[in-house]
Design a protein around this ligand. Structure first.
Ligand code: FAD
Length: 446
C-alpha cells in the first residue's frame, strides 16, 4: 500500500522510518505501544477517504490518531496497521451565529484562542489542551473540568463530517440546534473511539465569554464532606463552573514533581477546587457560600489571575506528576454520588489485596461522580489490580469508564457495566458501518 498512499498524500507524509514513526506508536502513558506499517498524514477529507479506500482494498487495518493524549490505548497500533494521523486537518472557519467549523486536527488550545479572541469560549476544557485534538475529543466524548456547566463534548456538537470505512463521506454540517429526522448520527460518532468512522470536521457550539473569575481551594474534614458540600455549591452559586477534588497522596506528588508550596499550614483529608465565572466578579458570592459549607476546615481564595493559575496547578499537575513518578495503571471511573465516598474508602484495601505495596492516587471531576484512579507500583499485576477496582465499581452501579473511553485497556471489563443486549446492539452498529472491521481493530469491542 505504501506507493498508493504516497500518491495520495505525498512521500513526505507517509512515514515508514522507525525513528519518525516512534512518537505515534506509543501512547501518552507509555503503557500501550505497537508498530505501525506506516504513519499517513492526510491534509483533507478527500485524502482521508482515498487513504481508507486504499487500505480497504489491500486489507490493511487502520488506526486513527489525533493528538495521542488518549489514556486507554485506543489510538496506537497493536501491530501492522496503517496509522492515519488527523493532525494536519487544522482549518478553523469563521465564527457565525455562535458556532464554528473546525478540522479534526485542530487542538483544543487553538480553538480556545480563536474563540476567546472573538468574545466566546468553548465549553470543554482539559489539561491536555495543547495537544489533544477536536477529532480525538469527539471520538472519546471528552469531559474535563467544565462538564458541570456546559456538558461534555457530545453537547458541543451541532454537526459532523466523517469518512466511513467504505470511503463514503457522512456530512451533517448545517449546525441545526434541533433536528428530529431519525437517528442522531452526529451524537453516535461522539464516543465511538474511531471504530465507526474517521471524523474530519465538526461544527461546534460556542458560549459567551465570561471574563470575571473566582477560584477557591477548600480543605475538608473527609471525602464524605466534599460530597456533602456539592448541593450547597450548586444551589448557592449560579456562576459555578468547576468543582474538582484531590487527596493528600496526589497533592504530595504534585508538590514533589511540580515544586509547589503547601497550600495550607496543615495536611487535610480531602481538597476541593472550586471555580466560578460570570460577567460580574463572583468572589463575594463564592466567599459567602464557602463560609457556610458543612465540613470545611480551611480555605484559600485567589483574587488575581496568577493566584488562580497557582491554585489550579494543584489539580491540573496531577496527571503529569503521577507519570513523573512511574508508569501508572490509569482507571477513570464514575460512581453514583451517594456511593463515591464509600468507593474511595473501599478501593485502597481492594488494591492492596490484589497487589501489596501498590499506591493509589485519586482525583477527579467530583460533580459528575468521576474518580481518576491511578495506581503506581503494580509490577506485572496490571490485570489483577484493574479487575479489583472495576469489579468494585460495578458492584456500586458505577461505570468502568467515565470520560476516557474503553480503548484497548478496558475491553475485557466492558461487560461488567454494559449488558449483553447493549453490547450486541453496539456490535450490530459496528458491523453495519464497518463490516470488515477496518477501523481501530480491537478497540471498544475487542
Ligand atoms: C494531562 C492529561 C489530562 C487529561 N484530562 C482529561 C480530562 O479531564 N477529560 C477527558 O475526557 N480526557 C482527558 N484526557 C485524555 C485525552 O486528552 C482525551 O481523551 C482526548 O479527548 C484525546 O484527544 P486526542 O486528540 O489526543 O486523541 P487520541 O489520543 O489521538 O485518540 C483517542 C481516541 O480517539 C480516536 N480518534 C482520534 N482522532 C479521531 C478522529 N479524527 N476520528 C475518529 N477517531 C479519532 C482514536 O482512534 C482513539 O481511539 C487527559 C489526558 C492527559 C494527557
Amino acid at each position: 500500500v505504501i506507493p498508493d498512499l504516497q500518491a495520495i498524500v505525498g512521500d513526505e507524509h507517509v512515514l515508514v522510518d522507525p525513528d519518525l514513526k516512534a512518537s505515534y506508536e506509543t501512547d501518552w502513558t507509555g503503557r500501550f505501544t505497537g508498530t505501525a506499517l506506516a504513519v499517513v498524514r492526510p491534509r483533507t477529507t478527500e485524502e482521508v477517504a482515498a487513504v481508507l479506500l486504499v487500505c480497504a482494498s489491500a486489507g490493511a487495518k487502520v488506526m486513527v490518531q489525533g493528538g495521542n493524549t488518549g489514556l486507554v490505548g485506543g489510538g496506537v497500533p497493536a501491530g501492522g496497521e496503517v496509522l492515519v494521523s488527523l493532525a494536519r486537518l487544522t482549518d478553523i472557519g469563521p465564527i457565525e451565529a455562535g458556532q464554528v467549523t473546525v478540522g479534526a486536527g485542530v487542538t483544543l488550545a487553538a480553538l480556545q484562542a480563536k474563540a476567546l479572541a472573538e468574545g466566546f469560549d468553548f465549553g470543554v476544557d482539559l489539561a491536555a489542551r495543547d495537544s489533544c485534538t477536536i477529532g480525538g475529543m469527539i471520538a472519546t466524548n471528552a469531559g474535563g473540568i467544565r462538564v458541570l456547566r456546559y456538558g461534555s463534548m457530545r453537547r458541543q456538537l451541532v454537526g459532523i463530517e466523517a469518512v466511513l470505512a467504505d470511503g463514503s463521506v457522512l456530512s451533517r454540517m448545517p449546525g441545526l440546534d434541533k433536528d428530529g429526522t431519525g437517528y442522531d448520527l452526529v451524537g453516535l460518532l461522539a464516543g465511538s473511539e474511531g471504530t465507526l468512522g474517521v471524523i474530519t470536521q465538526a461544527r461546534l457550539r460556542l458560549w459567551p465569554r465570561l471574563t470575571q473569575r473566582a477560584v477557591a481551594l477548600l480543605a475538608a474534614e473527609s471525602v464524605e464532606a466534599i460530597v456533602e458540600m456539592l448541593p450547597a455549591l450548586r444551589g448557592g452559586l449560579p456562576s459555578l463552573a468547576a468543582v474538582e477534588f484531590f487527596l493528600p497522596p496526589g497533592l504530595g506528588l504534585v508538590r514533589k514533581h511540580a515544586g509547589l508550596p503547601a497550600p495550607f499550614s496543615a495536611e487535610h483529608p480531602a481538597y476541593l477546587l472550586v471555580e466560578c465565572t460570570d460577567r460580574v466578579d463572583p468572589l463575594d458570592q463564592l466567599a459567602a457560600v464557602v463560609e457556610e459549607l458543612p465540613g470545611l476546615v480551611d480555605a484559600t481564595v485567589a483574587t488575581d489571575a496568577a493566584g488562580q493559575r497557582a491554585l489550579w496547578g494543584y489539580r491540573e499537575k496531577h496527571t503529569e506528576s503521577i507519570s513523573a513518578e512511574g508508569v501508572p495503571i490509569k482507571l477513570d471511573v464514575s460512581l453514583p454520588l451517594t456511593l463515591l465516598a464509600s468507593f474511595i474508602a473501599q478501593v485502597g484495601p481492594k488494591i492492596e489485596a490484589a497487589c501489596p505495596g501498590a499506591r493509589p492516587i485519586m482525583f477527579g471531576h467530583v460533580n459528575e461522580g468521576n474518580v481518576h484512579v491511578n495506581i503506581l507500583d503494580t509490577g506485572s499485576l496490571h490485570d489483577e489490580v484493574t479487575d479489583a477496582v472495576l469489579q468494585l465499581v460495578a458492584s456500586l452501579d458505577g461505570s468502568i469508564s467515565s470520560e476516557h473511553g474503553v480503548g484497548r485497556a478496558k475491553v475485557p471489563w466492558l461487560g461488567l457495566t454494559r449488558s449483553p443486549v447493549e453490547i450486541a446492539a453496539m456490535r450490530a452498529v459496528k458491523n453495519a458501518l464497518d463490516p470488515t472491521g477496518l477501523l481501530n481493530p480491537g478497540v471498544i469491542l475487542g
